[in-house]
Design a protein around this ligand. Structure first.
Ligand code: SF4
Length: 410
């Protein structure tokens, strides 16, 4: 039976905006974003990356719009993209207008880069006319120098003020179709900036730890920042900024939301024991092979890889499907019940096969196909392993004698 889902914190109430068909804020599912690293002018290369990102879990993809040829690329990319496209506008404000002309679904403006109020108002006004939302993307590293000086650095207060100033320019032309980010590479700074921002606005928030770096440290930093805020109910769309192939960002974002119970599971949730002296296989290797075999396939099952049949099936009894090693064999189990025994080198293939079976016929259907002798064979191997590894290296009985003597002598 599925464990009841636990709500970490009520989601912060926000307005809702629409990035193409993807709703952000206002109770919509939290969306995952990533960014292409191709030249946007390379239409086919960028589209290939966008498709890979969408396959890995991205709901929205951002592309840079730094030159006219990038804007032209966007015009060709937008109609062929499987997900809405956000144009990242840097210092050249005219690229904001060019991106709107290209038909993008959202713009991202950095208030630290485009500072001329007339330019900001012009972009906002044209975005309003076209019904295109804008993300105000404040970044601690490129904060408006006037605010930096006023606050004595890139403080949470300075970042929030930067967002509010930009918002005020937008409001002057009646534009409110906005989401906001206040990213920093310093996790504590980022968390505090978002908390303060959440207190003063009801616009949806885009979460991210900028320049988090390569995994695993980058993953840890990004997760620390994003997950902390999500667990407080703050955040409507997220992006991992990793120094890694962008599909890693999309996967990480998706996995975080699934792990927190904020999005429905879409792909395999692979759990594996940490291994120990009882392990009958190289658990790390088999788990990695299983991860690679399932890839980004949409199989929303929890799959367990356990190092031994002694404890594995019991410890992973809640998994939909699992495999535990024992005496050169793989013992497959579905919801804790042994269903098949396969040679050790066929473990991963068998996992994929049974996952497909569960997807096609459901858990009950898969259980109805259980090999009659699988339970008995698993039990025999379990007992044999207990016997083989049950040597009393602790010399327990001698110790018990000593304890009795010591305790009795008092
Ligand atoms: S399942 Fe077996 S090998 Fe894995 S940690 Fe538990 S006892 Fe050790």
């Amino acid at each position: 039976m599925e464990a009841p889902s636990i709500v970490l914190a009520p989601r912060r109430k926000t307005r809702q905006i629409a990035v193409g068909p993807v709703l952000v804020g206002g109770g919509a599912p939290i969306s995952v974003q990533s960014m292409t690293i191709t030249k946007t002018a390379d239409v086919d290369g960028t589209l290939a990356e966008i498709y890979a990102l969408a396959g890995a879990g991205a709901d929205i993809v951002r592309c840079t719009c730094n030159h006219e040829d990038a804007a032209e690329g966007l015009a060709r990319i937008v109609p062929r993209s499987p997900v809405p496209i956000v144009a990242d506008v840097h210092n050249n404000w005219r690229m904001g207008l060019a991106a709107l002309e290209a038909g993008v679904h959202c713009l991202r403006l950095n208030p630290g880069n485009i500072r001329n109020p007339d330019h900001i108002r012009t972009i906002a006004s044209q975005a309003k006319d076209r019904g295109v939302p804008i993300r105000i993307g404040v970044n601690a590293g490129s904060l408006d120098s006037r605010l930096y000086d006023k606050h004595g650095g890139a403080t949470p207060e300075a970042m929030v003020e930067s967002a509010q100033m930009e918002l005020a320019y937008f409001e002057e032309v009646g534009f409110e179709d906005v989401k906001i980010s206040v990213k920093a590479s310093n996790v504590a700074l980022m968390i505090e900036a978002y908390r303060q921002l959440a207190d003063v606005t009801d616009h949806p928030l885009h979460l991210g730890v900028t320049e988090a770096g390569p995994p695993p440290a980058g993953l840890v930093k990004a997760t620390a920042g994003i997950a902390t805020l999500l667990a407080e109910g703050i955040g409507d769309t997220i992006r991992y900024s990793l120094t890694a192939p962008p599909v890693e960002e999309a996967r990480a974002g998706r996995q975080l939301l699934e792990a927190l119970g904020l999005r429905q599971r879409r792909s395999v949730d692979l759990i594996a024991c940490p291994s120990c002296g009882r392990a009958e296989i190289d658990v790390i290797k088999v788990a990695e092979e299983a991860m690679a075999a399932f890839g980004d396939r949409q199989i929303p099952l929890q799959v367990a890889v356990m190092g031994c049949v002694v404890n594995g099936p019991g410890e992973a009894r809640d998994a939909d499907l699992g495999i535990a090693a024992g005496r050169r064999k793989g013992h497959l189990f579905v919801r804790g019940r042994n269903v098949a025994v396969v040679p050790e080198d066929e473990m991963v293939g068998a996992l994929v096969e049974w996952a497909d079976l569960i997807m096609a016929e459901g858990v009950e259907g898969a259980l109805s196909r259980a090999d009659a002798g699988a339970e008995a064979e698993a039990e025999a191997d379990r007992l044999a392993l207990l016997e083989a590894k049950g040597d009393d290296v602790n010399h327990s009985e001698e110790r018990v004698e000593l304890i009795r003597k010591t305790a009795g002598s008092g």
